[in-house]
Design a protein around this ligand. Structure first.
Ligand code: 3HC
Length: 388
């Protein structure tokens, strides 16, 4: 099977690397050789780490030999699947898809790694709407196991099944949304974590380091919330936030992120965000081990969002937790954490913040019903999960 990856930035070159590791013939296209050569160096660096650890058996050089690079779409003429990973600009995506549609064989599936643009809007530019689908990878793609699969209103079930199978062959764990929602599951939860972290700091309830310490040492997440935003990119994170809000989610007014973006402090890639990253390389910020921030408050808005996703039958609790465990490396799923902390405490925090005038915190009906019926998590034997 021949896979074309379009765009060789952080996500694109990571996806190409994963496809090559899985034994596929890969083509990687970008607009210049300079960009492609940088991507090649990054892939080699990553492959060397994986080889040294024994995660891959073939040498980095032999895996790299499976990746053909090009600066023209002509290489798409014999592909089976394209995965687009260009910047999150709708006009650019549509241009790429119309080119792919023109050059790729009729049977080829055209997938997009977009994190926020509606799949249907991209599909509509092509003459094969039923073969266009969202295939959302997580950063860094060689490490993160999740692939979120997002069918548009046009996507056929054959296309969905083929992409689920492909994800498995790429050694990934697929989670399929029943229908598309802005931000999908992952980024709807991620942006709610950002919003609450931002709100607590702006309302002077907490400091950035206090939030991140609670995330890392109380909730045992691999990164603090601001640290994760630096890692993802503050521009990317702000774009996600704005797109999800512009498509109907209730906003939490908070300007910490937009101020950083205005200053061009974009996180790891620019060397500075909420923390400093000399040479544009990620390194773990030092954080205090103790913090006053409550874990239940920090995740309350995200749990409310998860509850909304379940209520609207987009995914179930288990699928949400799979997203958080394999897309964000949470040690436990978000809803497992919520059950452990107690859904009554989560509801208490939501009601408290809501009473301060933040309408986004209006408790979701499903969550409220669970608590009212005594299903408050592990301590009552039932919450999002049942416990014996
Ligand atoms: N390739 C190969 N190996 C890599 C790698 C890469 N690209 N990146 C990291 N690694 C390896 C390191 O070499 C290291 O290996 P070792 O344990 O053998 O030394 C291991 O992974 C851990 O890396 P570090 O020591 O540098 O640092 P951490 O222990 O903090 O791990 C992390 C880094 C894996 C990124 C971890 O912090 C993590 O899981 N963070 C959460 C990341 C996350 O949430 N990603 C999702 C973002 S959202 C998204 O992508 C969606 C989009 O739409 C916004």
């Amino acid at each position: 099977m021949k896979i074309l990856v379009v765009g060789s930035g952080t996500m694109g070159h990571g996806i190409a690397e994963v496809a090559a590791i899985s034994g596929f013939d890969v083509k990687l296209v970008d607009i210049s050789w300079e960009i492609l050569n940088r991507a090649k160096e990054k892939m080699l660096e990553s492959l060397k780490k994986l080889y040294e650890k024994g995660t891959i058996k073939d040498s980095p050089e032999s895996i790299m030999s499976k990746i053909e690079m090009a600066v023209t779409y002509d290489v798409a003429k014999d592909i089976d699947i394209a995965i687009e990973a260009v910047p999150e600009i709708i006009d650019l995506k549509r241009k790429v898809f119309s080119e792919l549609d023109r050059v790729a064989p009729q049977h080829a599936i055209l997938a997009t790694n977009t994190s926020s643009i509606p799949i249907s809007d991209i599909a509509e530019i092509t003459s094969r709407k039923e073969k266009v689908i969202g295939m959302h990878f997580f950063n860094p793609p060689p490490i993160m196991k999740l692939v979120e699969i997002i069918p548009s209103k046009y996507t056929s079930s054959d296309t969905i099944n083929e992409i689920i199978e492909l994800s498995k062959k790429m050694n990934k764990i697929p989670v399929r949304l029943k229908v598309e929602v802005p931000g999908f599951v992952s980024n709807r939860i991620y942006f709610r974590l950002l919003q609450e972290a931002c709100r607590e700091v702006e309302a002077k309830e907490a400091t950035i380091e206090g939030i991140d310490s609670a995330a890392r040492y109380k909730l045992r997440l691999p990164m603090g919330i601001f640290e994760l935003a630096d890692y993802v990119g503050l521009d990317v994170s702000l774009d996600l936030w704005n797109v999800i809000v512009s498509r109907g989610a209730t906003d939490v007014k908070c300007s910490l992120f937009s101020e950083k973006v205005k200053l061009k402090e974009l996180g790891v890639k620019s060397g500075k965000g909420f923390y400093n990253y000399p040479a544009g390389k990620y390194s773990k910020p030092e954080l205090p081990k103790e913090s006053d921030v409550k874990g239940s408050r920090l995740i309350s808005l995200a749990v409310n969002e998860a509850s909304w996703l379940i209520e609207n039958k987009i995914v179930n609790a288990n699928e949400i937790d799979t997203v958080m465990k394999y897309g964000f490396n949470f040690p436990q799923g978000l809803l497992e954490i919520a059950d452990n902390l107690g859904l009554d405490s989560i509801l208490y925090e939501l009601e408290d913040i809501y009473s301060k005038g933040y309408s986004a915190y209006m408790p979701n009906a499903l969550l409220k019903n669970m608590v009212n019926n005594g299903y408050i998590g592990r301590k009552s034997g039932k919450g999002f999960y049942e416990y014996s």
